[in-house]
Design a protein around this ligand. Structure first.
Ligand code: GCU
Length: 680
């Protein structure tokens, strides 16, 4: 097995002898009841896993007996006695039953589902149990996903570059010609996604080139779709609203124009002619200079519904992004809500509004977007970002699942207490044709896929949470560590601890207490709270967000300021609005406060800020120590890689701390508390 991390979490290395022999005693054959490409994939994967993990091959059979693993469609008569109709109904189209059943004098493991996809997912669940050394003698799992559509969004350009990509060039576009290598990469990509339940992928950047809609590119999409299909992974496409004008010289892209409507309809027909299970379009319109319906005096609803009508006969969806803002507004955090709420209920039933988790832009910490819970007549989906645009690129270890969980569990109060973001988006609170979730991928052509070995964990955990947002974060981290590295408890304990603390560490050394967007102009790497770039748009300047001056720091979004708090439901609105009740971690998001403001801790705001920045740095040093102590447990290549990255992270954390504090100190004019380390 390669030591470079190219196999992600599907490594299948030999388990400790006692665990392996236990499995060998319990499992002997693999019975596959049925035939399909997907079933073959499931069976091959299981055989490969079992052989790697135990050193023993699984014999295959078309009949089952004691000590079999059975892969079967639930419709197969020979297994139907092992579950009820209700159980079957509850697993739906993608779920599965994983159950120990009595056979002869012993037992067997049954994976049954209504579809091949369900069997594939159930197979990967069993593999995960084996990989992580779990007991498999009394299995009882009835699983189905919380979200219907679970997507990755690749921000990949057709020239092979990746917007905000830190793991090399695109795996989809402008690949050097070596079809076998490329094909294997796609197969591995599909396996990894299927193993965590991701079922859709957008292959190109939201800042979309019209070229994707040429015959040449539709064919390329179709080729990828053919490889991904048996893994139950659909392809989607980001489209540019001006495409009819750019590609075919139409006089307008006005969504109400008959020619334009015909053009898109024809395009949809062309696509489905080649990709019968095409997922649909992702659209960034009237945002950051992208064209959109507003260019013609039309609305987001006009634009989205026109595209939705073209896709509707084929079963496709439109994911219309709410990431919009214009420089004229006084508070960027309010714009998505202001632009979209007036159209709630006016979108076609195959339109989903794709909303970033926070109201600004994938910051290390933001409150949840107020559109969640407020949009009640139109399905809203969460967009997370896995590529670490604002969290240290692929140089910093930042396990993002806690950030996602924080968003899922935030109570919007949209329909009273317990209207969490998760419930307002997964279809349990507001009815929707399809519920969906997406994350901007962190994948590139690097051998280890994500640039940082630990960035793989973010891909993994996102998929698992999209399947079930109730899963425990430390459990997910534990699974990933065991599958990716080793079952040795001393390694697991330390590494899970590092992962669980890592996101908060980043918040502390970059943007504590609700600060945001202090990153370097344009590239977003490193601190630049002083940024004054000639000609830059005002809302791109970090000073727009932190508003530091001699009288204090923070963005007043309360009633005395931009009134963004009004976009939240009571009692949140009041909670955020009052500086005494606003949680510390969002204080400077919602309030502008004097440097000597007395915090709940008794410290002044300035002191509290200093302590947070210092704590962030201390954490990164602790991560280094913990990692160094693990030397010799895993392969040298991955150990040294992570060691090197942690060193960079500490250096950059110090850079962040010193740059921000020294800059803010020019306004606060207060000393850094004596007990803290001096800036260099
Ligand atoms: C951020 C990011 C852009 C990206 C945009 C988006 O602003 O910096 O590169 O295009 O988000 O989500 O569309």
């Amino acid at each position: 097995m390669a030591e470079d991390g190219s196999e992600l979490w599907l490594r299948y290395e030999k388990l400790p002898e006692n665990v392996a022999s236990n499995y060998q005693n319990q499992i002997e054959t693999l019975a596959i009841l049925g035939q399909s490409q997907t079933l073959n994939i499931a069976s091959d994967e299981l055989q490969q896993a079992f052989l790697g993990l135990t050193g023993c091959s699984l014999k295959t059979d078309s009949k089952f007996g004691e000590r079999s693993i059975i892969l079967s469609l639930a419709s197969n008569k020979s297994v139907s006695q092992f579950f009820t109709k209700d159980e079957l109904r509850s697993v739906g189209d993608e779920g599965y039953l994983l159950r120990t059943i009595p056979v002869g004098k012993g037992s067997a493991i049954l994976i049954a589902a209504n579809t091949d996809a369900g069997i594939l997912y159930g197979t990967f669940e069993l593999i995960r149990l084996l990989q992580t050394g779990q007991p498999v003698y009394a299995l009882e799992k009835i699983e189905s996903p919380k979200y219907d559509l679970r997507l990755l969004n690749h921000w990949d350009n057709l020239d092979g570059t990746v917007e905000r990509g830190y793991a090399g060039h695109s795996i989809w576009w402008n690949y050097p010609k070596n079809d076998e290598v490329v094909l294997q990469r796609y197969v591995d990509y599909a396996r990894a996604n299927a193993s965590v339940g991701i079922n859709g992928t957008v292959l190109n950047n939201v800042n979309a080139s019209p070229q994707v809609l040429t015959d040449e590119y539709i064919r390329k999409f179709a080729k990828v779709a053919d490889v991904l299909r048996p893994y139950h992974l659909k392809v989607y496409m980001s489209v540019n609203f001006s495409s009819p004008v750019v590609l075919d010289g139409l006089a307008t892209a006005d969504p109400l124009n008959e020619e334009v409507i015909k053009w898109w309809k024809q395009k949809a027909d062309d696509i489905y002619g080649l990709i019968p299970d095409f997922g649909g379009f992702l659209v960034k319109a009237n945002s950051e200079g992208q064209p959109g319906p507003q260019d013609f005096g039309r609305t987001h609803a006009d634009g989205a519904n026109m595209l939705a009508a073209a896709l509707k006969p084929h079963g496709g969806v439109v994911m219309w992004r709410a990431f919009v803002y214009s420089p004229s507004d006084t508070d960027r955090a309010k714009q998505a809500y202001n632009e979209f709420m007036p159209f709630d209920g006016q979108f076609a039933d195959n339109v989903i509004i794709q909303v970033k988790n926070g109201p600004v832009d994938f910051q290390p910490r933001e409150p949840f977007s107020p559109l969640f819970g407020a949009m009640q007549q139109t399905p809203a989906m969460i967009e997370f970002q896995l590529t670490q645009e604002y969290l240290g690129f692929s140089n910093h270890l930042a396990y993002l699942a806690p950030m996602q969980k924080e968003c899922f569990e935030s109570d919007t109060w949209g329909k009273g207490k317990e209207s969490t973001v998760a419930k307002t988006t997964d279809g349990s609170l507001f009815a929707s044709e399809k519920s969906a979730i997406a994350a901007v991928a962190n994948i590139g052509r690097d051998t280890n896929w994500c640039g940082h070995q630990f960035a793989q964990a973010n891909w993994y955990a996102y998929g698992r949470l999209a399947w079930n947002h109730e899963l425990a974060l430390d459990e997910l981290a534990r699974e990933w560590v065991r599958m990716t590295f080793t079952l040795k408890p001393e390694f697991e304990q330390s590494v899970v601890d590092i992962m669980m603390r890592s996101r908060e560490a980043v918040v502390n050394y970059m943007t504590p207490l609700g600060l945001h967007h202090l990153m370097g102009w344009s590239h977003h790497h490193g601190p630049e709270p002083w940024c004054e770039v000639p000609g830059a748009r005002e809302d791109w300047l970090p000073s727009y967000f932190h508003k530091a001056s001699e009288d204090g720091i923070g963005f007043d979004r309360s009633e005395t300021g931009s009134k963004a708090t009004e976009q939240y439901f009571s009692p949140l609105k009041e909670l955020y609005n009052n500086k005494q009740t606003c949680p510390d971690e969002l204080l400077l998001w919602f309030h502008h406060l004097p440097w000597d403001y007395r915090m709940k801790s008794g410290k002044t705001l300035w002191e509290e800020l200093c302590y947070h920045y210092y704590a962030g740095v201390e954490e990164t040093r602790l991560f280094q120590q913990k990692w160094d102590a693990l030397d010799g447990i895993i392969d040298t290549e991955r150990f040294a890689h992570v060691q090197q990255k942690l060193k960079i992270q500490t250096t950059e954390a110090i850079w962040w701390r010193d740059a921000c504090l020294l800059y803010f100190q020019t306004f606060s004019k207060m000393p850094i508390p004596l007990e803290l380390e001096r800036p260099i």
